[in-house]
Design a protein around this ligand. Structure first.
Ligand code: CA
Length: 236
């Protein structure tokens, strides 16, 4: 392990999954520290100060959500939840408790690395506010109030502009319904789900080649949205 490698703490009680994740990380320039229990995770987090944490919520000795809240009390680097299939409520509760993102099991190493890199980039980007936000060929100039997509000018309403800016600030990462509603309607607004769906629909008509088959603005069912550089078409 060299000093330049980001250290990732992998908290997972199922040994095969933990080994799979650790091997994937080590093969791609990360150093990995392992923990199979919440107690070991807390110890490793305090002693090793990892650059990021991958956290399974179903741990044998303690509730993962409780551990997450404790970590968030002092740990300000990325935490990504490893969520078991069918535990939608846990996932949302985890994001509300301060997790940066989640990966639904089973997941592949490329997906894990993409999420992790996006989460780690946040640290440097959040420190220096950028007047121009970009994700692939989608560019939003916050000063000139202009948007271009694949080189062509896109006209946005003020609300569309606010929501797209929020998605671009978190490009590649999950943005929850709650975050988007706060960005568009203010932190006090709580029941703008219908309004949010409408604005997302309008945005897709402006930035997607086929709004019915989005390649940039992806729905994370029951949780929120994720903006990426255009993904290739689904096979078939
Ligand atoms: Ca587990």
């Amino acid at each position: 392990m060299t000093a330049a490698e980001p250290v990732i703490l992998v908290v997972e009680d199922e040994a095969p999954i933990r080994r799979f994740v650790v091997a994937g990380l080590r093969a791609h320039g990360f150093a990995a520290v392992e923990a199979a229990t919440a107690t070991a995770a807390m110890l490793a987090a305090t002693s090793r100060r990892p650059d990021g944490i991958l956290l399974d919520l179903g741990l044998p000795d303690r509730g993962g959500l409780e551990l997450l809240r404790d970590l968030r009390g002092w740990y300000d680097r990325p935490i990504i939840i490893l969520s078991a299939l069918g535990h939608e409520d846990d996932k949302v509760a985890g994001l509300d408790a301060g997790a940066d993102d989640y990966l639904a099991k089973p997941f592949g190493i490329p997906e894990l690395l993409a999420r992790l890199r996006a989460a780690l980039r946040r640290i440097t980007r959040d420190q220096q506010p950028e007047p121009v936000l970009a994700c692939g060929d989608l560019v939003l100039d916050l000063v000139a109030h202009r948007c271009t997509c694949a080189g062509r000018e896109v006209h946005l309403t003020p609300l569309e502009f606010q929501l797209l800016a929020e998605l671009l600030r978190h490009a590649g990462r999950l943005v929850t319904h709650r975050q988007l509603i706060a960005a568009g309607w203010g932190a006090q607004a709580s029941s703008e789900s219908a309004g949010l769906r409408l604005v997302v629909h309008q945005l897709r008509r402006k930035i997607e080649d086929d709004p019915a088959d989005p390649r940039r603005l992806h729905t994370e069912v029951g949780v929120g949205y994720r903006l990426t550089a255009p993904t290739p078409p689904a096979s078939g």
